[in-house]
Design a protein around this ligand. Structure first.
Ligand code: UDP
Length: 325
């Protein structure tokens, strides 16, 4: 396949590029390097530095490279930020998809793999969550991604495209090579596992648990953590699915739920280091429990979980101890 990965220098994008190259595909990256890193771009991929919403640049990339599949990973994805800046989130995420689909249509590019999120489900009615369960996002991030999903399905239907939509649960960990991982690039990390690892490493004084009064096993929120390499490999499977003129929407999670407190204690156990922490009030926009059924991805795409929570914690720890960027 000849694949364009938008956001291919970012966290999930860079791991996806590595897996595509390991599987023997030709890869092109479009990234404005605002949150991605130049060093995150695989040396065998061709990097176009620019904005995903730049139609002229998309025309140039599609024209020059005979792309057959787009994996669209560039997006704004921080829940609390989306609560503060909903217009920015819709503008970037939904308008960004519209521009991309329009360019794909102009160049007859038929296949798209899209990064969506568990946040489309809102506060789920059933656990584990199935793909056709009720969706009522409780934050602007989830709402913007659900809008993108609807747009992609409608465009695919109208213009004969194939799509695979992946709803990510909580992605963490780093590539086993040690070359890439989740980078800070001068920003404060907000996702739980890197925050816990930073506290374990003494890179921050402590971490805060956001609320212990949820209706869960220990009062803290429960999430389904998936290793970024397992997720990246799913993208290769997803791209191949579209290449066979097939479409579908799939959860990508592990079926296992861990509470915030369990992540802290499991990190302490795996690393043998204390994680200094306190408990503060709830964060806006957090559903209490998100755990995926991944049966559909397993059955239709052949998706497998190869890395457990221990591997997630260890690989993020190794990356953060010897960070390349
Ligand atoms: N969380 C926390 N402290 C932190 C970061 C996250 O207690 O410093 C909690 C957060 O409230 C949520 C869970 O950890 O319940 C996962 O949050 P994260 O931001 O990693 O991912 P999200 O589920 O929001 O996509």
């Amino acid at each position: 396949m000849r694949v364009l990965v938008t956001g291919g220098s970012g966290y999930i994008g860079s791991h996806t590029v590595y897996e595509l190259i390991r599987d023997g595909h030709q890869v092109f990256i479009l990234d404005n390097l605002s949150t991605g890193n130049k060093e995150g771009a695989h040396k065998d991929a061709i990097l176009y530095k620019g904005d995903q919403q730049d139609s002229e640049l998309l025309d140039k990339i599609f024209k020059e490279n005979n792309i057959d599949t787009v994996i669209h990973c560039s997006a704004k994805l921080i829940v609390p930020e989306s609560v503060e800046k909903p217009i920015t989130y819709f503008e970037n995420n939904v308008h960004g998809v519209a521009i991309l689909l329009e360019a794909m249509k102009r160049h007859n590019v038929k296949n798209i793999v899209f990064s969506s999120t568990a946040a489309v489900y809102g506060e789920p009615k059933n656990i584990p969550i199935m793909e056709d369960d009720y969706k009522e996002p409780i934050n602007p991030y989830g709402a913007s991604k659900l809008s993108c999903e609807w747009l992609i399905k409608a465009a695919a239907n109208a213009h004969g495209m194939n799509y695979v939509i992946f709803r990510y649960f909580n992605v963490a960990g780093a590539d086993a090579s040690g070359e890439i991982g989740q980078s800070t690039k001068g920003r404060k990390l907000t996702h739980l596992i890197p925050v816990v690892i930073e506290a374990a490493l003494g890179l921050r004084d402590k971490m805060s648990i956001f609320g212990d009064d949820y209706d869960t096993k220990d009062g803290t929120c429960v999430r389904d953590y998936i290793h970024v390499t397992d997720l990246a490999k799913a993208h290769v499977l997803g791209a191949k699915h579209t290449f066979k003129n097939k479409s579908g929407t799939f959860n990508l999670g592990s079926k296992n739920g861990y509470s915030v407190k369990e992540i802290v204690s499991e990190t302490e156990r795996v690393l043998g280091i204390k994680v200094p922490h306190d408990i503060v009030k709830r964060r806006d926009g957090d559903p209490s429990t998100l755990v995926a059924s991944n049966d559909k991805a397993a059955k239709i795409l052949g998706f497998k979980i190869e890395n457990n929570l221990e591997k997630i914690i260890k690989s993020d720890y190794e990356w953060r101890r010897n960070k390349k960027f």
